[in-house]
Design a protein. Structure first.
Lengths: 125, 214
């Protein structure tokens, strides 16, 4: 990469990393290595984020994430975790329907009849 | 998962044989243009004719990415597509006034929540031209204001109708590979080809079993 490109990518870096070509080239190369790696890591980071969101959404209805997904698999519902997390945030009634389907499919889910003790969340529902 | 997907594709195959296979000739659109929406898309078509010259080369490079396209995308033949499309638009307008409807649809191995009237970027749909109408059959869930139709794994007979608006490229990604102490560095730019489609409507879900909502 030539100097001009390096400085263009080094905009906003701290200290001499944005002014001096030797340091800037070093930092830009390292930054590009990180971005190469983190494009891979982004997939697993997002998946864990979706799982956390689904877990929060299902626990409002008294089902935990693992039992919920097991019920969906039993019913052969193939929605992925990205879509499920978006449904839990933006389409709460459709998500409730999915939780009900999962609950009837997997009897282990019935052991939790009502919402857990979290008062703040159960008020919202 | 893979087994049930194959069963889903076996559902699609008879429909594929019934409808006409890939035939594109979109100049015959122009006499039947009535709405402003269609005019807009025809403009975009002319704008991207120059870009469509180098499209096939790029789409060849990403061959393995779109493997399930053949089942999901069926491009209709022109004359019936036009009249069908007009009926479709009246249907969607009445629906959008009455109730909001959304669907979860599988396009190119990825699932998207789609709303009529909005556009979305998908993986490049190979063989589809600008202004082609496509029918997406892998509808996994349909939600209306009053009820939710949950597909196991798909909602039977449900279809999402869409039109191809643009065959474009994602923003550039710098692929920088580096190995320390080995004097190895590679600096490559990459632009993933994509397709912008606009959702026209969602049909065919009414007769499937629904779980009504309070």
């Amino acid at each position: 990469m030539n100097k001009k490109e390096v400085f263009k990518l080094a905009k906003g870096f701290r200290g001499r990393a944005k002014n001096c070509i030797r340091i800037a080239r070093e930092r830009v190369e390292k930054a590009l290595q990180y971005s190469y790696r983190d494009r891979r890591n982004k997939k697993r980071d997002m998946r864990s984020l979706w799982i956390e969101r689904i877990n929060a959404g299902t626990r409002v209805h008294g089902v935990n994430y693992g039992n919920f997904m097991h019920g969906l698999v039993k019913e052969n519902i193939q929605l992925n975790r990205k879509v499920l997390s978006e449904l839990s945030m933006h389409e709460p009634y459709s998500f409730k329907a999915l939780v009900d389907v999962s609950r009837t499919a997997f009897p282990g889910n019935k052991s939790l009849p009502s919402a857990p003790k979290k008062e703040g969340l159960s008020i919202l529902v | 998962m893979a087994m049930s997907l194959s069963c889903a594709s076996s559902i699609f195959t008879p429909k594929k044989s019934s409808t006409t296979p890939f035939t594109f000739n979109f100049p015959s659109h122009s006499p039947s243009i009535s709405s402003s929406f269609l005019r807009f898309t025809s403009q975009s078509c002319t704008r991207h004719l120059s870009s469509s010259t180098f499209v096939p080369k790029l789409s060849q490079t990403e061959a393995p990415s779109v493997e399930s396209e053949a089942e999901a995308v069926e491009v209709q033949q022109e004359p019936e597509a036009v009249e069908f499309e007009q009926a479709e638009q009246t249907l969607t307008t009445t629906e959008s006034k009455g109730e909001d409807v959304f669907a979860v649809v599988m396009i190119g191995g990825r699932q998207y929540i789609v709303f009529p009237g909005r556009f979305l970027y998908t993986q490049r749909l190979k063989g589809a031209n600008v202004d082609d109408k496509i029918i997406l059959n892998k509808v996994l869930l349909v939600g209306t204001k009053t009820s939710t139709y949950i597909g196991k794994p798909i909602v039977p007979n449900a279809a999402v109708h869409a039109v191809v608006e643009e065959q474009g490229l994602d923003p550039k990604v710098v692929v920088f590979k580096y190995k320390k102490k080995k004097n190895y560095r590679r600096n490559i730019g990459h632009r993933q080809p994509n397709t912008r489609i606009r959702i026209l409507g969602i049909t065919g879900y009414q007769d499937s079993p629904a779980s009504t909502l309070p």
